[in-house]
Design a binder for this molecule. Structure first.
Ligand SMILES: Cc1cc2nc3c(=O)[nH]c(=O)nc-3n(C[C@H](O)[C@H](O)[C@H](O)COP(=O)(O)OP(=O)(O)OC[C@H]3O[C@@H](n4cnc5c(N)ncnc54)[C@H](O)[C@@H]3O)c2cc1C
Length: 410
């Protein structure tokens, strides 16, 4: 399998969480799979709120048992209007038991999730790990030729582009991307606190964006503080004591005394939408396929649905003797994923714009919408279910991966 000139069924390029999950899911279909990704320690302190079918998928891939003991269950989500404006939305709490769930999902440090994904990937015999970066990717009629930075050549019938925002795979397939910088950024850091979080995630909506406190195991939370770029620069420049004080003030002391843990990171925010999700034997997953602001914890949850979607489609194609990189197979992937990606990008964009807007009618609309959701049970339950995963998924195949827990054998 490590022959330099090998032809693989699928080569996944990029070893972030979406790429690793896709590589594991694809290898489990029986496809002869390679993953081109540099092995490097995970470099930031982000966490992921894994919602809806994401935990089922990780369970099915054999990843979840390796990290569940380091994740915190999310039982409720609280939205608090902290804009200080004349028109304010009422506070809304979503409780998982209201829709018959024990929890909405789990919050986990990306570093921990990545270690579990790496460990599982190393166990699969038909997944070849190439510890390198892709240098050139040349799609042709029958296969894609790939050359790595260290000069290794290989080819694939299908390339899965999981190489993030500056995707070389996307460029090689000639897929254009629409990008909009938001002039907002997110500061991420973790905290210890003196009062228990009771597994409730609390989102304070400020006029510059949301500031979210998401439970971690014990008396700890991860914080994602979205604000205008100048404000986030100021937050980054504070000492740990000053940031602890600022976070305590922003949280209205609901978590008691706050102590910021060492290490914080800054993420400039943008929305990126490629015009196509697949072309010329290349299918995009994760941030190569969609970049959203971190509102409503949608990014990686969508990336995991991409991973499940491409694996299901490749499995079906293989069973029916089809070429996994053919135009028909890529079209099936695009139509299975397009509506989810577009609708979520639209909703998150609108939620962000309505929060930032100084236009009173927009503020009234937002407040009325949240009032209705807070007051009308059935509406609130629809909002909760849609926030977890799209109810109308178009592909029966991706439904099978995401909704049937751990049924397939290796
Ligand atoms: C502040 C913040 C909070 C977030 N919180 C949540 C949350 O709670 N829930 C959620 O679902 N999502 C969340 N997200 C989104 C989530 O973090 C991203 O969707 C996710 O990390 C993207 O993973 P990825 O694997 O697609 O991309 P990346 O993690 O960027 O991985 C891409 C990988 O490809 C590699 N690569 C690039 N080029 C090449 C090449 N030529 N060859 C080989 N490898 C290459 C890169 O080195 C990198 O390792 C958040 C995002 C932010 C900014």
């Amino acid at each position: 399998m490590n022959d330099a000139s090998a032809l693989y069924d699928v080569v996944v390029i990029g070893g972030g969480p979406a790429g690793l999950a896709a590589a594991i899911a694809l290898a489990r279909t029986g496809a002869n799979t390679a993953l081109i990704a540099r092995r490097a320690p995970y470099a930031d302190n982000r966490t992921t709120a894994l919602l809806g079918g994401s935990v089922d998928l990780l369970q099915q891939l054999g990843v979840w048992p390796l990290c569940i003991d380091q994740a915190a269950a999310l039982l409720a989500m609280r939205l608090v209007d902290d804009t200080g404006r004349l028109v304010r939305a009422p506070e809304v709490t979503f409780s998982s038991d209201e829709i018959g769930l024990d929890q909405f999902g789990y919050n986990i440090e990306n570093r921990t999730l990545m270690m579990a994904l790496e460990q599982r990937a190393a166990e699969l015999a038909n997944l070849t790990r190439i510890d390198d970066g892709a240098d050139t990717i040349r799609p042709a009629d029958a296969e894609v030729a790939i050359r790595t930075r260290q000069g290794r050549s290989l080819s694939a019938r299908l390339v899965v582009g999981a190489d993030g925002r500056q995707s070389l795979c996307r460029e090689a397939a000639g897929i254009e991307v629409r990008r909009r910088d938001l002039n907002q950024a997110a500061v991420t850091f973790n905290i210890g606190h003196s009062r228990p979080h009771r597994n409730i995630s609390t989102e304070f909506h400020t006029p510059q964006g949301p500031c979210v406190f998401v439970p971690l195991p014990d008396d700890r939370c991860s914080v994602v503080w979205v604000a205008a770029s100048e404000q986030t620069e100021r937050l980054m420049a504070l000492t740990d004591d000053e940031l602890s004080e600022a976070a305590e003030k922003q949280s209205h002391s609901i978590l008691g005394r706050i102590r910021v843990e060492p290490g914080r990171h800054l993420f400039p925010l943008a929305i990126e939408q490629p015009r196509l999700l697949a072309r010329h034997r290349v299918a995009l997953v994760g941030e190569a396929a969609h970049v959203l602001p971190p509102i409503g914890a949608q990014g990686l949850n969508m990336g995991l649905r991409d991973a499940a979607g491409i694996a299901d489609i490749v499995r079906e194609a293989t069973l029916s003797g089809e070429d996994p990189g053919s135009t028909q197979v890529l079209d099936r992937y695009s139509s299975a994923r397009r509506a989810d990606v577009r609708s979520r990008t639209f909703v998150i964009d609108m939620a962000n714009r309505s929060l930032l807007s100084d236009f009173v009618p927009i503020q009234l609309l937002r407040a009325a919408g949240l009032h209705l959701i807070g007051a009308i049970g059935p509406l609130r339950r629809i909002a909760m279910r849609e926030g977890l995963a799209p109810s109308w998924r178009t592909s029966p195949t991706s439904r099978s991966v995401m909704e049937t827990p751990a049924v397939r054998s290796e």
